[in-house]
Write a protein that binds this ligand. Structure first.
Ligand code: KG4
Ligand code: ZN
Length: 342
Protein backbone atom coordinates (compact mmCIF):
# COMPACT_ATOMS: atom_id res chain seq x y z
CA UNK A 1 0.00 0.00 0.00
CA UNK A 2 1.08 3.56 -0.69
CA UNK A 3 0.44 6.34 1.79
CA UNK A 4 0.67 10.10 1.30
CA UNK A 5 1.99 11.73 4.50
CA UNK A 6 1.65 15.41 5.47
CA UNK A 7 3.52 17.16 8.29
CA UNK A 8 2.90 20.78 9.35
CA UNK A 9 3.12 20.73 13.16
CA UNK A 10 6.00 23.18 13.57
CA UNK A 11 8.31 25.02 11.18
CA UNK A 12 8.79 22.38 8.47
CA UNK A 13 6.25 21.86 5.72
CA UNK A 14 6.60 18.30 4.47
CA UNK A 15 4.96 15.77 2.16
CA UNK A 16 6.05 12.21 1.39
CA UNK A 17 4.93 8.98 -0.21
CA UNK A 18 5.81 5.73 1.54
CA UNK A 19 5.09 2.20 0.40
CA UNK A 20 4.58 -0.78 2.73
CA UNK A 21 4.84 -4.22 1.14
CA UNK A 22 3.05 -7.42 2.15
CA UNK A 23 5.94 -8.38 4.47
CA UNK A 24 5.57 -5.11 6.36
CA UNK A 25 8.76 -3.58 4.93
CA UNK A 26 8.69 0.11 4.10
CA UNK A 27 10.17 2.07 1.22
CA UNK A 28 10.28 5.84 0.83
CA UNK A 29 9.19 6.83 -2.67
CA UNK A 30 9.56 10.56 -2.04
CA UNK A 31 10.23 12.78 0.96
CA UNK A 32 10.03 16.55 0.48
CA UNK A 33 10.74 18.99 3.33
CA UNK A 34 10.72 22.76 3.21
CA UNK A 35 12.17 24.43 6.29
CA UNK A 36 10.89 27.85 7.38
CA UNK A 37 14.04 28.61 9.40
CA UNK A 38 14.82 31.75 7.38
CA UNK A 39 11.32 33.15 8.09
CA UNK A 40 11.73 32.70 11.84
CA UNK A 41 15.45 33.45 12.26
CA UNK A 42 15.01 37.24 12.75
CA UNK A 43 12.79 36.49 15.78
CA UNK A 44 15.15 33.93 17.38
CA UNK A 45 12.43 31.25 17.49
CA UNK A 46 9.33 29.93 15.73
CA UNK A 47 6.50 32.48 15.38
CA UNK A 48 3.22 30.45 15.21
CA UNK A 49 1.34 32.90 12.95
CA UNK A 50 4.20 33.10 10.45
CA UNK A 51 4.49 29.30 10.49
CA UNK A 52 0.79 28.72 9.74
CA UNK A 53 0.77 31.18 6.83
CA UNK A 54 3.94 29.70 5.37
CA UNK A 55 2.40 26.19 5.46
CA UNK A 56 -0.68 27.42 3.57
CA UNK A 57 1.49 29.01 0.90
CA UNK A 58 3.59 25.95 0.03
CA UNK A 59 1.77 22.76 1.07
CA UNK A 60 -0.12 22.17 -2.22
CA UNK A 61 3.06 22.60 -4.22
CA UNK A 62 4.99 20.26 -1.92
CA UNK A 63 2.37 17.52 -2.21
CA UNK A 64 2.55 17.92 -6.00
CA UNK A 65 6.32 17.62 -5.83
CA UNK A 66 6.15 14.50 -3.63
CA UNK A 67 3.77 12.86 -6.13
CA UNK A 68 5.95 13.92 -9.06
CA UNK A 69 9.14 12.51 -7.47
CA UNK A 70 7.33 9.24 -6.75
CA UNK A 71 6.10 9.29 -10.37
CA UNK A 72 2.47 8.91 -9.46
CA UNK A 73 -0.82 10.76 -9.20
CA UNK A 74 -3.30 10.99 -6.33
CA UNK A 75 -5.17 8.05 -7.87
CA UNK A 76 -2.20 5.80 -7.06
CA UNK A 77 -2.40 6.61 -3.34
CA UNK A 78 -4.17 4.08 -1.08
CA UNK A 79 -4.42 6.22 2.07
CA UNK A 80 -3.66 9.67 3.44
CA UNK A 81 -1.99 10.41 6.79
CA UNK A 82 -1.53 13.86 8.34
CA UNK A 83 -0.13 15.06 11.65
CA UNK A 84 -3.02 15.98 13.96
CA UNK A 85 -0.86 16.98 16.97
CA UNK A 86 0.91 17.84 19.15
CA UNK A 87 2.18 21.11 17.72
CA UNK A 88 1.26 24.67 16.76
CA UNK A 89 -2.48 24.72 16.17
CA UNK A 90 -2.48 26.93 13.05
CA UNK A 91 -0.05 24.68 11.21
CA UNK A 92 -1.84 21.52 12.35
CA UNK A 93 -5.13 22.84 10.96
CA UNK A 94 -3.51 23.50 7.56
CA UNK A 95 -2.06 19.99 7.19
CA UNK A 96 -5.00 18.14 8.70
CA UNK A 97 -7.61 19.93 6.56
CA UNK A 98 -5.56 19.38 3.42
CA UNK A 99 -5.15 15.67 4.20
CA UNK A 100 -8.85 15.25 4.96
CA UNK A 101 -9.84 17.03 1.74
CA UNK A 102 -7.61 14.76 -0.37
CA UNK A 103 -8.91 11.65 1.42
CA UNK A 104 -12.51 12.75 1.06
CA UNK A 105 -12.26 13.68 -2.62
CA UNK A 106 -10.50 10.40 -3.48
CA UNK A 107 -12.57 8.26 -1.04
CA UNK A 108 -9.40 7.00 0.66
CA UNK A 109 -8.92 6.05 4.31
CA UNK A 110 -7.56 8.87 6.44
CA UNK A 111 -5.18 8.57 9.40
CA UNK A 112 -4.72 11.39 11.92
CA UNK A 113 -1.22 10.81 13.25
CA UNK A 114 0.36 11.79 16.54
CA UNK A 115 3.66 13.45 15.56
CA UNK A 116 5.45 11.68 18.42
CA UNK A 117 4.18 8.32 17.16
CA UNK A 118 5.72 9.22 13.80
CA UNK A 119 9.13 9.67 15.47
CA UNK A 120 8.59 6.52 17.55
CA UNK A 121 7.88 4.26 14.56
CA UNK A 122 10.59 5.61 12.22
CA UNK A 123 13.18 2.91 13.11
CA UNK A 124 10.71 0.28 11.90
CA UNK A 125 10.82 2.00 8.51
CA UNK A 126 14.60 2.41 8.36
CA UNK A 127 15.84 -0.61 10.33
CA UNK A 128 12.83 -2.93 10.50
CA UNK A 129 13.29 -3.33 14.23
CA UNK A 130 10.85 -5.29 16.38
CA UNK A 131 8.98 -4.10 19.46
CA UNK A 132 9.80 -3.38 22.24
CA UNK A 133 12.52 -0.72 22.14
CA UNK A 134 13.43 2.55 23.81
CA UNK A 135 13.08 5.90 22.10
CA UNK A 136 14.87 9.08 23.16
CA UNK A 137 13.30 12.04 21.40
CA UNK A 138 15.30 15.26 21.72
CA UNK A 139 14.08 18.09 19.50
CA UNK A 140 13.20 21.78 19.68
CA UNK A 141 9.74 20.99 21.01
CA UNK A 142 10.09 17.65 22.80
CA UNK A 143 12.35 15.81 25.21
CA UNK A 144 10.98 12.39 26.02
CA UNK A 145 12.07 8.89 26.87
CA UNK A 146 9.45 6.50 25.54
CA UNK A 147 9.03 2.77 25.87
CA UNK A 148 7.70 1.64 22.48
CA UNK A 149 5.99 -1.64 23.38
CA UNK A 150 3.86 -2.15 20.28
CA UNK A 151 1.84 -0.34 17.67
CA UNK A 152 -0.29 2.15 19.62
CA UNK A 153 1.25 0.93 22.87
CA UNK A 154 3.62 3.60 24.18
CA UNK A 155 4.70 4.36 27.71
CA UNK A 156 6.32 7.69 28.43
CA UNK A 157 9.02 7.02 31.00
CA UNK A 158 10.14 10.61 31.33
CA UNK A 159 9.70 14.04 29.83
CA UNK A 160 11.02 17.52 30.40
CA UNK A 161 9.43 19.36 33.28
CA UNK A 162 10.32 22.73 31.70
CA UNK A 163 12.28 23.44 28.47
CA UNK A 164 12.88 20.97 25.65
CA UNK A 165 16.55 20.21 25.08
CA UNK A 166 16.67 21.85 21.63
CA UNK A 167 14.96 24.88 23.17
CA UNK A 168 17.69 25.01 25.84
CA UNK A 169 20.34 25.00 23.08
CA UNK A 170 18.44 27.74 21.21
CA UNK A 171 17.98 29.92 24.31
CA UNK A 172 21.61 29.49 25.35
CA UNK A 173 22.70 30.53 21.86
CA UNK A 174 20.46 33.61 22.00
CA UNK A 175 21.87 34.61 25.41
CA UNK A 176 25.37 34.41 23.99
CA UNK A 177 24.53 36.33 20.81
CA UNK A 178 24.75 33.28 18.52
CA UNK A 179 22.45 32.71 15.53
CA UNK A 180 19.18 30.70 15.38
CA UNK A 181 18.79 27.72 15.38
CA UNK A 182 21.24 27.64 18.24
CA UNK A 183 22.12 23.94 18.49
CA UNK A 184 24.66 23.81 15.65
CA UNK A 185 26.13 27.20 16.71
CA UNK A 186 26.60 26.09 20.31
CA UNK A 187 28.18 22.85 19.10
CA UNK A 188 30.63 24.73 16.85
CA UNK A 189 31.63 27.15 19.62
CA UNK A 190 31.90 24.29 22.16
CA UNK A 191 34.44 22.52 19.92
CA UNK A 192 36.79 25.49 20.44
CA UNK A 193 36.08 25.89 24.16
CA UNK A 194 37.39 24.50 27.43
CA UNK A 195 34.63 22.48 29.18
CA UNK A 196 36.53 22.56 32.50
CA UNK A 197 36.69 26.35 32.94
CA UNK A 198 33.11 26.65 34.24
CA UNK A 199 31.02 24.10 36.12
CA UNK A 200 27.32 24.26 35.27
CA UNK A 201 24.53 22.33 37.10
CA UNK A 202 23.41 18.82 36.05
CA UNK A 203 19.64 19.08 36.60
CA UNK A 204 17.92 15.98 38.10
CA UNK A 205 21.13 13.95 37.87
CA UNK A 206 20.97 11.04 40.28
CA UNK A 207 17.19 11.23 40.73
CA UNK A 208 15.21 8.03 40.48
CA UNK A 209 12.46 9.36 38.19
CA UNK A 210 13.32 9.61 34.51
CA UNK A 211 12.31 13.21 33.79
CA UNK A 212 14.50 15.95 32.35
CA UNK A 213 14.90 19.60 33.29
CA UNK A 214 16.87 22.28 31.46
CA UNK A 215 15.60 25.68 32.58
CA UNK A 216 17.94 25.78 35.61
CA UNK A 217 20.87 25.16 33.31
CA UNK A 218 19.75 28.01 31.06
CA UNK A 219 19.44 30.32 34.08
CA UNK A 220 22.95 29.33 35.21
CA UNK A 221 24.24 30.21 31.73
CA UNK A 222 22.50 33.59 31.92
CA UNK A 223 24.01 34.37 35.33
CA UNK A 224 27.46 33.29 34.19
CA UNK A 225 27.24 35.33 30.98
CA UNK A 226 26.05 38.40 32.91
CA UNK A 227 28.92 38.11 35.39
CA UNK A 228 31.48 38.02 32.57
CA UNK A 229 30.22 41.02 30.52
CA UNK A 230 31.57 42.02 28.06
CA UNK A 231 31.95 38.47 26.73
CA UNK A 232 35.04 37.62 24.71
CA UNK A 233 34.91 34.93 22.03
CA UNK A 234 36.87 32.68 24.39
CA UNK A 235 34.23 33.21 27.11
CA UNK A 236 31.46 32.26 24.65
CA UNK A 237 33.34 29.15 23.53
CA UNK A 238 34.04 28.07 27.11
CA UNK A 239 30.42 28.62 28.21
CA UNK A 240 29.17 26.58 25.23
CA UNK A 241 31.62 23.79 26.07
CA UNK A 242 30.49 23.81 29.73
CA UNK A 243 26.82 23.82 28.67
CA UNK A 244 27.25 20.95 26.26
CA UNK A 245 29.19 18.92 28.77
CA UNK A 246 26.46 19.49 31.42
CA UNK A 247 23.81 18.38 28.91
CA UNK A 248 25.76 15.28 27.87
CA UNK A 249 26.35 14.35 31.51
CA UNK A 250 22.66 14.77 32.39
CA UNK A 251 21.54 12.73 29.39
CA UNK A 252 24.03 10.04 30.32
CA UNK A 253 22.49 9.69 33.76
CA UNK A 254 18.86 9.74 32.55
CA UNK A 255 19.51 7.33 29.68
CA UNK A 256 21.58 4.88 31.77
CA UNK A 257 18.64 4.60 34.19
CA UNK A 258 16.23 4.06 31.31
CA UNK A 259 18.37 1.27 29.85
CA UNK A 260 18.48 -0.43 33.25
CA UNK A 261 14.70 -0.11 33.58
CA UNK A 262 14.22 -1.63 30.13
CA UNK A 263 16.38 -4.60 31.16
CA UNK A 264 14.28 -5.13 34.27
CA UNK A 265 11.01 -4.87 32.34
CA UNK A 266 12.07 -6.99 29.37
CA UNK A 267 14.75 -9.45 30.57
CA UNK A 268 14.05 -11.79 27.63
CA UNK A 269 14.78 -9.31 24.83
CA UNK A 270 18.07 -10.60 23.43
CA UNK A 271 19.15 -7.53 21.47
CA UNK A 272 17.55 -4.47 23.07
CA UNK A 273 17.79 -1.16 21.22
CA UNK A 274 17.85 2.54 21.99
CA UNK A 275 16.61 4.72 19.15
CA UNK A 276 17.35 8.42 19.05
CA UNK A 277 15.31 11.02 17.15
CA UNK A 278 15.03 14.80 16.95
CA UNK A 279 17.32 17.59 15.79
CA UNK A 280 19.55 17.48 18.89
CA UNK A 281 20.59 13.96 17.83
CA UNK A 282 22.76 15.73 15.23
CA UNK A 283 25.10 16.78 18.06
CA UNK A 284 28.26 14.72 17.88
CA UNK A 285 29.15 14.82 21.58
CA UNK A 286 25.62 13.78 22.53
CA UNK A 287 25.48 11.09 19.85
CA UNK A 288 28.90 9.70 20.79
CA UNK A 289 27.91 9.69 24.47
CA UNK A 290 24.73 7.73 23.76
CA UNK A 291 26.59 5.29 21.54
CA UNK A 292 29.17 4.62 24.26
CA UNK A 293 26.48 4.16 26.88
CA UNK A 294 24.62 1.67 24.67
CA UNK A 295 27.83 -0.30 24.09
CA UNK A 296 28.43 -0.42 27.86
CA UNK A 297 24.90 -1.68 28.53
CA UNK A 298 24.72 -4.14 25.63
CA UNK A 299 22.13 -2.12 23.69
CA UNK A 300 22.05 -1.51 19.96
CA UNK A 301 22.21 2.20 19.21
CA UNK A 302 19.96 3.17 16.33
CA UNK A 303 20.05 6.66 14.87
CA UNK A 304 17.97 6.95 11.72
CA UNK A 305 19.52 9.12 8.98
CA UNK A 306 19.36 12.79 10.00
CA UNK A 307 16.67 13.58 7.40
CA UNK A 308 14.39 11.07 9.15
CA UNK A 309 15.48 12.04 12.69
CA UNK A 310 14.23 15.60 12.23
CA UNK A 311 10.68 16.53 11.25
CA UNK A 312 9.55 14.99 7.98
CA UNK A 313 6.42 13.51 6.39
CA UNK A 314 7.83 10.05 5.60
CA UNK A 315 7.49 9.22 9.31
CA UNK A 316 3.85 10.37 9.23
CA UNK A 317 3.10 8.33 6.09
CA UNK A 318 4.81 5.31 7.66
CA UNK A 319 2.80 5.64 10.89
CA UNK A 320 -0.31 5.69 8.68
CA UNK A 321 0.90 2.57 6.85
CA UNK A 322 1.50 0.79 10.16
CA UNK A 323 -1.91 1.88 11.48
CA UNK A 324 -3.55 0.62 8.26
CA UNK A 325 -2.48 -2.91 9.28
CA UNK A 326 -4.96 -2.57 12.11
CA UNK A 327 -7.58 -1.20 9.73
CA UNK A 328 -8.20 1.69 12.10
CA UNK A 329 -8.94 4.64 9.80
CA UNK A 330 -10.00 7.88 11.50
CA UNK A 331 -13.28 9.74 10.90
CA UNK A 332 -13.02 12.93 8.86
CA UNK A 333 -14.35 15.07 11.70
CA UNK A 334 -11.33 14.35 13.88
CA UNK A 335 -9.92 17.57 15.40
CA UNK A 336 -6.29 18.76 15.66
CA UNK A 337 -4.77 18.73 19.15
CA UNK A 338 -2.03 21.17 20.11
CA UNK A 339 -1.36 18.96 23.16
CA UNK A 340 -1.47 15.23 22.65
CA UNK A 341 0.75 13.07 24.85
CA UNK A 342 1.57 9.65 23.47
O1 KG4 B 1 13.72 17.91 15.32
P1 KG4 B 1 14.03 19.31 14.92
O2 KG4 B 1 14.72 19.54 13.62
O3 KG4 B 1 12.75 20.21 14.85
C1 KG4 B 1 11.81 20.44 15.81
O4 KG4 B 1 12.09 20.54 17.01
O5 KG4 B 1 10.66 20.62 15.37
O6 KG4 B 1 14.91 19.93 16.08
C2 KG4 B 1 15.38 21.25 16.05
C3 KG4 B 1 16.20 21.49 17.30
C4 KG4 B 1 16.59 22.94 17.46
O7 KG4 B 1 16.30 23.34 18.78
C5 KG4 B 1 18.07 22.94 17.17
O8 KG4 B 1 18.78 23.94 17.85
C6 KG4 B 1 18.47 21.55 17.64
O9 KG4 B 1 17.41 20.72 17.25
N1 KG4 B 1 19.73 21.11 17.03
C7 KG4 B 1 20.85 20.85 17.71
C8 KG4 B 1 21.85 20.54 16.75
N2 KG4 B 1 21.28 20.63 15.50
C9 KG4 B 1 19.97 20.97 15.71
N3 KG4 B 1 21.11 20.84 19.02
C10 KG4 B 1 22.36 20.54 19.41
N4 KG4 B 1 23.37 20.25 18.56
C11 KG4 B 1 23.17 20.25 17.23
N5 KG4 B 1 24.16 19.98 16.39
ZN1 ZN C 1 9.43 16.29 15.74
Amino acid sequence: MRVLGIETSCDETAAAIVERDADGCGRILSNVVLSQIDDHAPYGGVVPEIAARAHVEVLDRLIGQALHEAQMSLDDIDAVAATAGPGLIGGLIVGLMTGKAIAMAGRKPFYAINHLEGHALTPRLTDQIDFPYLLLLVSGGHTQMVLVKGLGDYERLGTTIDDALGEAFDKTAKLLGLAYPGGPEVEKAACLGDPARFLLPRPLKGEERLDFSFSGLKTAVRQLATSLQPLSQTDVNDICAAFQSAVADTLDDRVARSLALFRRRFPDVAAPALVVAGGVAANKIIRDGLQRLCAEHGFRFIAPPMALCTDNAAMIAWAGAERAKQNAADPLDIAPRSRWPL
